[in-house]
Design a protein around this ligand. Structure first.
Ligand code: FAD
Length: 341
């Protein structure tokens, strides 16, 4: 049987992970991106809060976040053909600790060593008024932290990919990986088989199921989390840093005169085959958030929580995403980004 090779690289998944990989490869390889959705970037990449967080506990994720923030800052200048304006803007961030004041000490030392500005904060409520009346045990201020616009990133990656001759084929569901002996040689889809030298698995919450089609077990666990909208509220101003009481699990960032916030809830939830991982915010999400706001962000107690959604963050079993070549010749991974879009 002859197999027609339709690309050098097939990327399964047109979220931030798959499109970024494809955009980087496109100038030197023929890239075909497949997505089951009706458009690119409609799953986790459309469900996030956009905070680019460098001050995190895990050293591997931290190093990636430092590189990502640097990359995002220069993206529009270096690639004006794909981004007319920067897909990320500086808001500053305040990371507070309610239970263990030492929780982020190693992370602070690391960031300072690589030149990231991190300031200890004795009176955090002066910088982040949402903390007024509930002084945390410790707080760190990062004046250069960013908020990224995932939609703008998706569009820019897609435009660059097109310019370089790459293709995004939506409405196409990968059903299984195809092998010749040990080697992965393509993908079986609901539109037929497609073949390439390499396959990149960037299918977010569905990655583990696709890997299983060739007997590979990767414990990538989808955790559902809520994001709620609240407001309007007088403290919601563009110069208010996004604020996260890290070891308690509550964050809020100003958005359109109100607040986008999460009580950092997590429920394991394996998605059904096919698109559609977004879910509704429920009463218990609002109750949990209201409880944490009252305790840790008193000025937001009683905030009218009027909308929101839930989405899937896919976490690998050990720290750091599932990234690079693994499992079988010809197979590459860009999955398990977890909290790090
Ligand atoms: C509520 C919430 C808040 C978040 N907040 C932040 C934040 O503030 N900061 C941050 O950095 N990150 C945040 N994240 C995490 C971030 O959104 C994700 O890490 C990131 O979007 C993952 O991108 P991805 O491309 O791996 O996955 P996805 O965006 O889910 O993309 C996977 C793609 O693969 C496609 N696909 C899956 N299976 C198949 C198949 N069989 N065939 C074809 N296509 C397939 C899907 O349709 C989808 O488009 C948050 C996530 C959630 C849910």
């Amino acid at each position: 049987m002859t197999r027609q090779r339709c690309a050098d690289v097939i990327v399964v998944g047109a979220g931030l992970a798959g499109l970024s990989v494809a955009w980087h490869l496109a100038p030197t390889a023929r890239v075909l991106v497949l997505d089951q959705g009706s458009g690119p970037g409609e799953e986790a990449s459309a469900q996030n809060a956009g905070m680019v967080r460098r001050l995190g506990e895990d050293p591997f994720e931290r190093a990636l976040a430092v590189r990502t923030a640097a990359r995002l800052s220069g993206l529009a200048e270096q690639h004006p053909e794909d981004w007319a304006a920067s897909p990320a803007h500086r808001t500053g961030a305040l990371l507070a600790l309610g239970r263990d004041p030492h929780h982020l000490h190693d992370a602070v030392a690391h960031l300072r060593a690589v030149g990231v500005r991190v300031e200890a904060c004795d009176r955090p409520a002066e910088l982040a008024p949402v903390l007024a009346g509930a002084p945390p045990l410790a707080a760190w201020y990062l004046p250069d932290e960013l908020v990224a616009d995932a939609w703008s990133l998706v569009q820019g990656f897609r435009s660059g990919l097109r310019r370089a001759g790459g293709q995004v084929q939506t409405g196409t569901r990968a059903l299984a990986l195809l092998r010749n002996g040990a080697r992965v040689i393509g993908v079986n889809t609901d539109q037929g088989d497609v073949f390439a030298d390499r396959v990149v698995l960037a299918a977010g919450a569905w990655s583990a199921a696709l890997a299983r089609s060739i007997g590979l077990e990767r414990a990538l666990v989808p955790l559902r989390r809520s994001l709620l909208m609240g407001g309007p509220h007088p403290l919601s101003r563009p110069d208010h840093p996004w604020t996260w009481v890290d070891d308690v699990g509550i964050y809020a960032r100003p958005e359109g005169g109100g607040w986008l916030l999460s009580a950092c809830d997590e429920v394991v939830d394996w998605p059904a085959p096919g698109p559609g991982s977004r879910g509704p915010a429920e009463e218990w999400h609002r109750a949990l958030a209201a409880d944490k706001l009252a305790r840790w962000m008193p000025p937001l107690a009683g905030l009218r929580l009027k909308g929101g959604w839930t989405g899937l963050r896919t976490l690998p079993p050990t720290a750091g995403p599932c990234w690079g070549r693994a499992g079988a010749p010809g197979l590459w991974w860009a999955a398990g980004l977890g909290a790090l879009g």
